[in-house]
Design a protein around this ligand. Structure first.
Ligand SMILES: NC(=O)C1=CN([C@@H]2O[C@H](COP(=O)(O)OP(=O)(O)OC[C@H]3O[C@@H](n4cnc5c(N)ncnc54)[C@H](O)[C@@H]3O)[C@@H](O)[C@H]2O)[C@H](O)CC1
Ligand SMILES: [K+]
Length: 500
């Protein structure tokens, strides 16, 4: 991993934002047909890399501008000596705008997409639909996609695999399984969100002359989660800094038979660099915790009153509540004490599920306490049950964003495509997750990493984004056999790469 500090964060643009960027570029003097020719040129270049000279290419073009790109690709590949057949969904007289212009350059026959000989192709170019898909595919559109997939031949998708929704990454009825995708100017959410990421294959972003300034003006708040997004805010201890400079994380433990989660979180907070870490333990679990803690300190804490007493020490500047606390009113009371104490706060697991059907108690609850919620899908659905405005949007980004605005907290909606959303509208989509993280206790470790970063002064959105990325990178560096106890010990290796 070569990290160059000056790399700007990678912007991801939604379909509507991309259309704005297109329009702005055309207004700035790049004709739409020129954008299409550059787009088609980039796809033809990628196709040529996948082909031998005499190869047979079958281009499936759709009724919109994505289809227009397909006409450009077909024209260019014929000029390069390839054997190309092109089929159109619909009829060529119905084409409009730049697609109609591109179709005029195509000198070969325009077949019906239904008749295309996909099994004979060395390469299929999928130019049926891009960002303009408006509903589930049916009829001849569906049949064309199903025949493409059934052919078993390699498919190169134009902009995005047909049938995938550009903004949500969901399959609209049926979708092309592409080996490779060439998209234009910026990736769209579907290239990072599942299952769209899986359907896209290897994604290449082609520069078609839309400037980063234009992209930032059209989008600007949605990012791919990568070090370029938060590396400048990752804590770097100064030579003169001592442990009190690096914050003090408090993790509240569950009862005598449920203490492991807190220790996993505590160890991770220490490993990510929190100057001090303390486990606040119920009296009946002090012995269990004491027997297994060394650098992590231990204090007795008897319920919400006990927590309120401990938090009189203002040096405790980051808290983790939730893992194994139990689902009941006592946990809700602990959350209230923590929120009122105005410390950085990570809420997970039981601290979220204890508010099932009571999300209204969390409404705007975290204005004064930089807070990160880390639900997985199930916890999210339970927590916001009864709030269709938050649960119903098809887009995972939109669901996380609305929950963030509602609660005032940064929301980490976990999964293979974890989304980190801030109340201020920023969001990041994570891509380095590994299936090996699917083991008990890894969520507790993530809480500790995020809290430990906030203890060192990292703002919640950046701490959550960095925490998710570092956590996944640590897991991926271990691979098969990973268990939660390994994770904290793998964090230093990831930090070394980031900080050197
Ligand atoms: N800067 C860029 O990103 C550029 C993008 N280009 C290409 O333009 C398409 C977007 O074009 P648009 O015409 O808006 O949409 P599509 O071509 O994806 O398809 C819309 C087309 O299809 C019909 N349709 C929609 N849903 C269905 C359905 N379920 N069944 C049947 N038909 C459907 C709809 O009526 C329209 O006619 C983008 O993806 C890029 O490939 C520019 O070419 C270059 C710059
Ligand atoms: K496509």
């Amino acid at each position: 991993m070569i990290l160059r500090l000056e790399m700007p964060p990678e912007l991801v643009l939604r379909s509507q934002e991309m259309k704005q960027a297109d329009a702005a570029s055309i207004a700035a003097g790049i004709p739409g047909i020129e954008l299409m020719r550059r787009a088609g040129g980039a796809v033809a270049k990628a196709a040529a890399e996948m082909l031998t000279k005499e190869a047979k290419v079958v281009v499936a073009a759709g009724p919109g501008q994505n289809g227009g790109d397909g006409f450009v690709v077909a024209t260019l590949l014929v000029r390069q000596g390839h054997r190309v057949s092109l089929g159109l969904l619909g009829n060529v007289e119905r084409l409009s705008g730049d697609a109609a212009l591109a179709a005029k350059d195509w000198k070969g026959p325009v077949e019906a997409a239904e008749d295309l000989p996909f099994p004979e192709a060395d390469l299929i170019v999928d130019a049926l639909f891009g960002t303009g898909i408006a509903r589930d595919l049916y009829g001849s559109a569906r049949a064309a996609v199903e025949r493409m997939n059934a052919s078993g031949r390699p498919i190169l998708a134009v902009d995005l695999p047909s049938g995938i929704d550009g903004d949500t990454g969901r399959v609209r009825g049926v979708a092309v399984r592409a080996m490779r995708t060439v998209t234009f100017a910026a990736r769209k959410p579907c290239h990072l969100l599942m299952p769209g990421r899986a359907f896209s294959g290897d994604v290449e972003v082609a520069d078609i002359g839309i400037t980063s300034k234009t992209l930032a003006a059209s989008g600007g708040k949605l990012f791919a989660n990568a070090p370029s997004l938060w590396l400048d805010k990752l804590p770097r201890p100064e030579l003169s800094s001592h442990k009190y400079d690096r914050g003090h994380t408090l993790v509240v433990s569950g009862g005598a038979t449920r203490t492991g989660a807190a220790r996993l979180a505590a160890r991770a907070a220490l490993r990510i660099g929190s100057g001090l870490v303390t486990v606040a333990s119920p009296p009946e679990a002090l012995g269990v915790n004491a027997a297994q803690l060394t650098a992590v300190m231990l204090r007795g804490c008897d319920g919400p009153e006990g927590l309120h007493h401990i938090l009189q020490d203002v040096r405790l500047n980051a808290l983790v509540l939730g893992p194994a606390l139990g689902v009941h009113s006592g946990t809700r009371a602990m959350v209230a004490v923590a929120a009122h104490a105005r410390r950085s706060l990570v809420l997970d697991a039981d601290a979220l599920t204890s508010f099932e059907d009571l999300a209204s108690e969390l409404h705007q609850a975290f204005h004064y306490a930089p807070t990160v919620l880390t639900p997985h899908d199930g916890e999210f659905k339970r927590l916001f049950n009864g709030h269709p405005d938050i649960l119903d949007p098809e887009s995972k980004i939109e669901r996380a964003h609305r929950a963030a605005v509602y609660t005032g907290a940064v929301v980490v909606l976990k999964g293979p495509d974890t989304v980190i959303a801030s109340p201020d509208g920023r969001a990041a989509i994570n891509e380095n997750g590994t299936p090996y993280l699917g083991t008990a206790g890894t969520g507790d470790t993530l809480c500790g990493i995020i809290a430990g970063l906030m203890a060192q002064g990292m703002p919640p959105f950046e701490a959550a984004s960095a925490g998710v990325w570092i956590h996944a990178e640590a897991g991926a560096s271990f691979g098969p056999g990973l268990i939660a106890e390994d994770l904290a010990e793998l964090v230093p290796g990831v930090l070394r790469k980031l900080l050197n």
